[in-house]
Design a binder for this molecule. Structure first.
Ligand SMILES: [Zn+2]
Length: 230
């Protein structure tokens, strides 16, 4: 039987769980223990993970992405914040899967780790991952602004990057993906939205389609990304 978490690095997940503040950890642990994490979908390459966290009749969609240099970062539909208790709960569920796999490896006589273990404590991390590098488009936006990006602006650009990666990978772009950008248009989350006549060739083009759709539906786009008056 193939292990869907085979490509995941356990110590990276462990490092990420340690990033959360005590309160968030406690809330996330509780959600996990209550069995509120479902639809855990690990990517075969071990670089991303999606899940649903059920709480008080609401389903929160969480997605987590591993930056090979800077570790995991997570996003959630609860309020567009990063590293919330839902992300913790989902990651905690992933950790449980990895622990099961590790125990299985041990009992199968594979005592040595099957994955390279990176040096621990090599980086200082904060919950908003200011060190995750921006894409070319993100850098372009930052350069045009001519000032330092504020944390929410940076977080938005990182979410946009994740959205574009999703589209570039040929996956359907859904209402939920828009929701993740804080630009939800309502409707069923799993319904694909057609915002472009053909798949955007760049993140910039992707953003233009998304921004147009949002504006057409009367949604405000982040001010720092609004076209400058000419
Ligand atoms: Zn959340």
């Amino acid at each position: 039987m193939s292990d869907p978490f085979a490509a995941f690095d356990r110590s990276e997940v462990q490092d990420y769980l340690a990033v959360f503040d005590r309160r968030t950890r406690k809330q996330g642990e509780r959600l996990y223990q209550l069995g509120r994490v479902g639809q855990l979908k690990p990517a075969a390459d071990g670089l991303s993970l999606e899940a649903q966290v059920h709480e008080d009749g609401t389903v929160h969609e969480v997605s987590m992405v591993l930056d090979p240099d800077f570790g995991w970062g997570g996003f959630c539909t609860c309020s567009g914040v990063e590293d919330c208790e839902h992300v913790y709960a989902a990651m905690r569920a992933a950790m449980a899967e990895l622990n099961v796999a590790a125990v299985r490896d041990l009992s199968a006589g594979q005592a040595s780790p099957t994955r390279p273990v990176p040096a621990r404590g090599a980086r200082a991390r904060t919950p908003c991952h200011p060190e995750v590098p921006l894409s070319e488009f993100g850098e372009e936006v930052a350069a045009r602004l001519g000032r330092r990006l504020r944390p929410p602006e940076r977080a938005f650009l990182l979410r946009l990057q994740v959205g574009y990666e999703h589209v570039r990978a040929g996956r359907p772009f859904t209402r939920w993906n828009l929701e993740q950008l804080g630009l939800g248009l309502g409707g069923n989350g799993w319904e694909a939205v057609e915002l472009w006549p053909r798949r955007p060739a760049s993140e910039k083009e992707f953003w233009h389609y998304v921004a147009n759709a949002a504006l057409e539906h009367g949604r405000a786009i982040p001010e720092f990304l609004a076209p400058s008056p000419t």
